[in-house]
Design a protein around this ligand. Structure first.
Ligand code: FES
Length: 373
């Protein structure tokens, strides 16, 4: 099938991160992949992806500010005509670097918070970063960037959405993304501790709807619903190999940021091949493009063009088969797995084990042969 351009390039510059979020989407085995691309590799990838039609470039990680060539990469992306954004925890953004990134042409910054309270923010990130993030929000405003604030929601903070919105307003955010946890990687490992009840979710949505109306024209609030509770799969990454190109810190080209976990798929490394070859010709990108790969019940489903069978990574994680229907779909033969996870959340009992925070030591421990978590 013919591939259009990869409109959105996500450059994951590093897996290094000063935070230890328990819902991080970086692979659980990230500690194995420490060999980062060089500045020259990234400059070539930026040029090749732009030549192929990419228009937006997100710099993310880990924490992209730990790379001291970030300004160089932003400057090149900007010169090439990308709309550039930085997805950051804020750690490492000094006034000097903010000025340099502005001068390099950075178009906008997405700043993540873990909660509206210092206590929960610092607990969830396992670091004392709340005050620092507040200072960084001031630096972002001082440079005149539109500020997108991002907060991942889950059972431990979803009851605070009103205060989160208040905080975003006080810090001058133009956009607030309230993204319910998607259960991949570290979040899947911690699902029992993080999944909200249906009632928590309904309450949060009602609060957000009311605030959205009240703040219309001042702040736009996006509420990303969790697919487990909806019974409907999401059109993940807008369709496999249709829009998004993620490049991992060690150079793998992926259709989404978690696809490296999928077995039996050969994803090319951009140290060895061009962006064009990876995007257009590789097995990894072509395997789930379009709808021809689908099995039942997706193949004959009248929603197949809408949701494209849902998320391939979730299908693998929950059904053990990346070509299966996404088990969050009520029509999936594996939907009982999702219902069982929801039933645990609905009981609202204290989880049987503590959260596992993202860290190199925990990554190595969970990646060890026979590790059960
Ligand atoms: Fe990989 Fe959905 S996260 S396809």
């Amino acid at each position: 099938m013919n591939a259009g351009p990869p409109l959105w390039l996500l450059a994951e510059l590093t897996y290094r991160c000063p935070l230890h979020c328990a819902f991080c989407y970086n692979p659980v085995d990230f500690a194995r992949h420490e060999d980062e691309l060089s500045t020259e590799d990234w400059l070539r990838i930026l040029r090749e992806a732009r030549a192929l039609g990419a228009v937006q470039c997100g710099f993310s990680g880990g924490e992209p500010l730990v790379r001291d060539d970030l300004e160089t990469l932003v400057a090149e992306a900007s010169r090439l005509g990308y709309y550039t954004n930085l997805l950051t925890s804020g750690v490492g953004l000094t006034a000097e670097r903010a000025r340099a990134l502005r001068a390099a042409g950075l178009d906008h910054v997405q700043l993540s918070f873990q909660d509206s309270t210092q206590e929960v923010n610092d607990f969830l990130s396992h670091t004392r970063t709340f005050d620092l993030k507040n200072r960084v929000a001031g630096l972002i405003k001082a440079q005149g960037w539109p500020m997108v604030m991002n907060v991942v929601l889950h059972r431990l903070n979803i009851g605070h959405v009103d205060r989160i919105v208040e905080m975003a307003q006080a810090l001058g955010a133009e956009y607030l993304e309230l993204a319910n946890t998607q259960y991949y990687s570290w979040a899947l490992h911690n699902r029992e501790q993080l999944m909200p009840t249906s009632q928590q979710l309904r309450d949060a949505e009602a609060v957000v709807d009311a605030l959205r109306e009240r703040l219309a024209g001042r702040m736009r609030i996006f509420f990303v619903a969790p697919d487990y509770h909806e019974g409907r799969p999401k059109r993940c990454v807008n369709g496999w190999g249709s829009t998004f190109l993620t490049v991992t810190p060690d150079g793998l080209a992926l259709p989404c940021h978690t696809a490296r976990m999928l077995p039996g798929l050969a994803f090319p490394n951009l140290r060895e091949t061009s962006v064009q070859h990876a995007w257009q010709d590789s097995d990894g990108f072509n395997r789930f493009r379009g709808t021809a790969w689908m099995k039942e019940p997706c193949r004959s489903c009248d929603q197949r063009e809408e949701d494209l069978g849902g998320c391939r990574c979730q299908a693998f994680q929950l059904a053990g088969d990346a070509a299966a229907a996404d088990p969050v779909c009520a029509k999936s033969p594996d939907h009982a797995v999702v219902q069982a996870a929801l039933a645990i959340a609905e009981r609202g009992e204290p989880p049987a084990r503590p959260l596992v925070f993202r860290s190199p030591a925990n990554s190595r421990r969970l990646d060890a042969p026979g590790a059960a978590g």
